[in-house]
Design a binder for this molecule. Structure first.
Ligand SMILES: Nc1ncnc2c1ncn2[C@@H]1O[C@H](COP(=O)(O)OP(=O)(O)O)[C@@H](O)[C@H]1O
Ligand SMILES: [Mg+2]
Length: 311
């Protein structure tokens, strides 16, 4: 870890590593998404991979490939709370490292945790983060365009930016936080730093249009469907006293219903429902079975979507 970094980023992480491999393996139903995101990330970070593809299939590097090289390596992850945005952003470096056969370092920056309230504080935080990353990666790209090491800058809880903007307008200040972000990502693109920025937000509608325009992709994460819920439940309840049919019953019961237009989130299932079931069975001193599971389900409703809260 570089000196001074502790105060700025939550903790940097080097990929590949075994804990990230385990976290990746624990994710359910996101294989295709992660595969696509990692492919895009490598194409954006290392233009030589896509140049090789173009030469192989077109016999030359076609102009369209050059246009791609001008895209900002920025991905926006949007969606409700608890649908896997942070988790995917934190482990995607593992897949990128394997694909690109390079070391990847994650720089996680949470705007909620660090810059709460004060607009100026968040602006300073963002500016310092980009300065640090520029210093770390300015020499990472080789003359042939490949990179010796890659970076992932994770700007989590970016809703705080929008809030700061609303606050700033109230106080007739400028859009300092958003401008610091734009300056940072534009600077990294101009300097062709091999750094992917991932910005997570629960409120895509509140994200500045200028930031959205720069995104190479905007990925909207959703709540798990029935098959995904089944896979997650089956994985955690294996060995418990529930048949596949009973687990499928839980997968059905955790979906949308007549009186509810939304189902359980990944975190509702993994961090609330399943632990509650274990505790309930333990308290009763009985096996975890369908009866216990449904008893817990009945008193553990899913998180309301953000839109449902504001409507
Ligand atoms: N696809 C998934 N499979 C298994 N667990 C998941 C999945 N997506 C999210 N989770 C779990 O749900 C919890 C919340 O995920 P997180 O990434 O923090 O949500 P978000 O950032 O979208 O609010 C974490 O414990 C995470 O491991
Ligand atoms: Mg999150």
């Amino acid at each position: 870890m570089t000196e001074g970094i502790e105060g700025l980023f939550a903790r940097t992480e080097e990929f590949p590593n075994s804990s990230a491999r385990a976290r990746l393996a624990a994710l359910v139903g996101l294989d295709d998404l992660i595969d696509r995101l990692a492919t895009d990330a490598v194409a954006l970070l290392d233009p030589t991979t896509i140049q090789s593809w173009s030469k192989a299939v077109h016999g030359e590097v076609i102009p369209a490939v050059t246009a791609l090289a001008d895209r900002t390596p920025l991905l926006v992850f949007a969606g409700d709370v608890g649908v896997g945005k942070t988790e995917v952003a934190e482990v995607i470096g593992q897949v990128i490292a394997t694909r690109a056969d390079a070391d990847v370092t994650l720089y996680p920056l949470s705007l909620t945790a660090r810059g709460r309230g004060a607009v100026g504080e968040m602006t300073t935080l963002l500016t310092r983060a980009f300065e640090r990353i520029s210093a770390d990666f300015v020499r990472a790209r080789r003359s042939d365009g490949t990179a010796s090491s890659l970076g992932v800058l994770l700007i989590d809880e970016a809703d705080a930016l929008a809030q700061s903007r609303e606050l700033a307008q109230m106080h007739h200040e400028d859009r300092a936080g958003v401008n610091a972000l734009l300056r940072g990502i534009d600077g990294m693109r101009t300097d062709r730093l091999p750094v992917l920025t991932i910005l997570c937000t629960n409120r895509l509608d509140a994200l500045d249009p200028a930031v959205q325009r720069r995104a190479a992709a905007i990925e909207v994460f959703g709540r798990p469907n029935r098959a995904q819920r089944f896979a997650l439940l089956a994985r955690h309840l294996s060995g418990a006293k529930l048949s596949d049919t009973e687990i499928d019953g839980l997968a059905a019961a955790t979906g949308e219903s007549a009186d509810r237009s939304y189902g359980y989130t990944y975190s509702d299932l993994r961090q609330r429902l399943i632990p509650e079931m274990v505790l309930a069975a333990y308290r009763h001193g009985v096996a975890l079975d369908a009866l216990i599971a449904h008893e817990v389900l009945a008193r553990t409703p899913p998180t309301r979507p953000f839109e449902a809260l504001t409507r």
